[in-house]
Design a protein around this ligand. Structure first.
Ligand code: SAM
Length: 270
């Protein structure tokens, strides 16, 4: 198909299905160009997951290996940050199966995990089975509190809590990430508190500009220098410490090799 035929076909499809316009507006190339215009002097820095590893092993459990699961290295990052920086109070936006909440629960005192309620998810037309999978791994853990609402409108003051680490993994549109970031940074416990964002990369190497735009817009400029992508993961982190960091390099040769051992767990084991 030549360019003109493609153009005509695309316009016909957009007229028939206007929601397809979102694919153009959310395209990563479009987001990248717009990000670079907004932040012409910004170059991403990354930290290395292996620099956080206090021993050679991190145990990732539970892990469902189902559609939409975070990477094992994302859960490793959360656990390692909780351990290294002595996180007592952890908040996350986006519970879903409760995998991230359950993965950190042994390393912190209290986990608060926040999600749209089941009724709200159903009223948005989401499939029943998807809704039923929420909280699967977190519901029986004693130190995990489930809170329900829309993070965009919920009044977090009502929880009377501040947090050592806040994991933002709800709605990943630029606007939602910006609003979650702006809103939740006032609930950081102190100047040593950390924010982690999920899906700040499209894969373990390439930045995801749609989310990164929301992160940088949601933080005051003085915090920007402490935002890092995390090697081998899909996360970005605001880490207010002096940590070794480097510029990102796509297609770098592997510098570390990991070993995964798969162990089948009965689901009654918590
Ligand atoms: C990617 S999943 C979270 C995965 C989880 N953190 C993990 O790694 O195991 C995102 C969740 O955020 C929820 N969500 C999306 N927008 C939200 C909002 N505005 N307020 C609260 N929850 C939201 C969705 O219902 C979904 O369950």
């Amino acid at each position: 198909m030549n360019k003109i035929s493609k153009f005509i076909k695309a316009v016909q499809l957009i007229i028939q299905k206007p929601y397809l316009l979102n694919n153009v507006l959310k395209d990563e190339m479009v987001a990248k160009e717009s990000f670079e215009k907004a932040y012409p002097n910004l170059s991403f820095r990354q930290i290395r997951l292996v620099d956080l590893m206090d021993s050679d092993e991190v145990k990732i459990t539970p892990y469902a290996f189902l559609s939409g699961s975070s990477l094992a290295t994302d859960f490793a990052l959360l656990q390692l940050l909780c351990r290294k920086y002595d996180v007592k109070d952890y908040l996350e936006i986006g519970t879903w199966r409760g995998e991230s909440a359950a993965n950190v629960s042994s390393y912190v005192d209290r986990v608060t995990t926040f999600n749209l309620g089941d009724e709200q998810l159903l009223s948005l037309g989401l499939p029943k089975d998807y809704v039923a999978s929420h909280r699967f791994f977190s519901k029986d853990k004693v130190n995990i509190q489930h809170v329900f609402g829309d993070s965009q409108s919920f009044d977090f003051e009502t929880l009377h809590q501040t947090y050592d680490l806040i994991f933002i993994d709800g709605d990943h549109s630029t606007e939602a990430v910006r609003r979650d970031t702006t809103k939740l940074r006032s609930f950081l416990k102190n100047e040593k508190s950390i924010i982690v964002w999920h899906d700040a990369k499209v894969d373990t190497e390439y930045p995801r500009y749609e989310v990164l735009r929301g992160i940088y817009e949601g933080l005051p400029t003085e915090m920007h220098a402490k935002v890092y992508l995390v090697e081998n993961s899909l996360c970005a982190v605001y880490l207010p410490f002096d940590v070794p960091s480097e510029s990102i390099q796509i297609n770098r040769l592997p510098r570390t090799s990991f070993e995964l051992t798969l162990k089948k767990l009965p689901l009654t084991e918590k």
